[in-house]
Design a protein around this ligand. Structure first.
Ligand SMILES: C[S@@+](CC[C@H](N)C(=O)[O-])C[C@H]1O[C@@H](n2cnc3c(N)ncnc32)[C@H](O)[C@@H]1O
Length: 275
């Protein structure tokens, strides 16, 4: 029996059957924790609950969807330049919402550099997507757009990572339920601070979905990002760095506000900017 016939007999592999967006949501995103952080931090700083959120680089809009599900007064707009991923978001995440929840969410197929949607309590860009912007002028333009999009006491929520491991090519495997998630830093050019990263998914039947997602990012430093945020008018920025368990040295689900950390091999933080 030839290869093609054998394949027909065995049926499709797991890699052929899965939906990469589903796997992305399951392995990369943690929207419950993220939104808890946004809600608590905004309330601590502003003394009121946030209501209107704009999720930039929203992709499948998992966070925007969860936000409108959380409370009857919550509203969300997702912005993404790719109409294909937004179509997926409408079909898989927004369709199951109640009519009332659907009325409080919208998705805009636009560029975050030019989108004109204003009056938000929170603009959020997570999972480092804003690092697509590799030129200072573009990052400045993005921060200026976010500043104009926020209401008078609005807050921009970003994340950032660093540490000496961030400057090295490496692969990190995480076992998930029914598949393995692999994060690969495949190339890094320290002159341009440019990195190429991939997400791969591997399956128990031996099949692989290599390079399911790929990213070309600039590895930005916290200091230069904060300088740019100040330049476009944000009054104050704060860093909240993920804490480590003192015994196991593993990262835990807690982010502490700080201005100084040791030279960790790797760290992840929220960077927030107050209008
Ligand atoms: C990795 S996904 C982010 C998904 C999700 N928000 C998360 O936190 O994991 C990055 C998304 O950014 C979108 N994107 C890239 N450049 C953009 C731009 N200039 N304006 C709007 N969306 C953009 C891509 O289409 C892609 O869906």
């Amino acid at each position: 029996m030839g290869k093609a016939a054998r394949k027909r007999q065995q049926g499709p592999t797991l890699a052929e059957k899965v939906d990469p967006y589903e796997l992305y949501q399951e392995s990369v995103q943690g929207v419950e924790f993220e939104l808890d952080f946004v809600e608590q931090t905004f309330t601590d700083i502003r003394g009121r609950n946030p209501r209107r959120i704009r999720e930039d680089f929203c992709g499948t809009a998992q966070s925007a969807t969860e936000w409108v599900r959380r409370a009857p007064g919550n509203e969300a707009i997702g912005v993404d330049i790719d109409p294909e991923v937004l179509a997926w978001a409408w079909e898989h995440n927004i369709a199951p919402l109640t009519p009332d929840q659907k009325q409080r969410i919208d998705l805009l197929p636009e560029d975050v550099l030019t989108v004109d949607a204003r009056g938000f309590d929170v603009v959020q860009a997570f999972n480092f997507s804003y690092w697509f912007f590799q030129e200072r002028a573009d990052m400045r333009r993005y921060f200026a757009n976010a500043w104009h999009s926020l209401g008078a006491d609005g807050v921009l929520f970003l994340d950032a990572f660093g540490g000496y491991e961030a400057h090295r090519c490496q692969r990190e495997k995480t076992k998930m339920d029914g598949f393995t998630y692999i994060w690969e830093q495949a190339a890094y050019n320290p002159i341009a601070a440019e990195m190429v990263c991939f997400i791969h998914f591997h399956f128990p039947d031996g099949s692989k979905l290599n390079r399911a997602f790929s990213y070309n990012w600039r590895l930005w430093g916290a200091k230069e990002l904060r300088e740019l945020l100040a330049e476009v008018g944000f009054r104050r920025t704060r860093m909240y760095v993920q804490a480590f368990d003192e015994e196991t040295d593993e990262p835990v689900d807690r982010f502490d506000e700080t201005e100084e950390i040791p030279d960790y091999a790797s760290w992840i933080a929220y960077l927030i900017a107050e209008k």
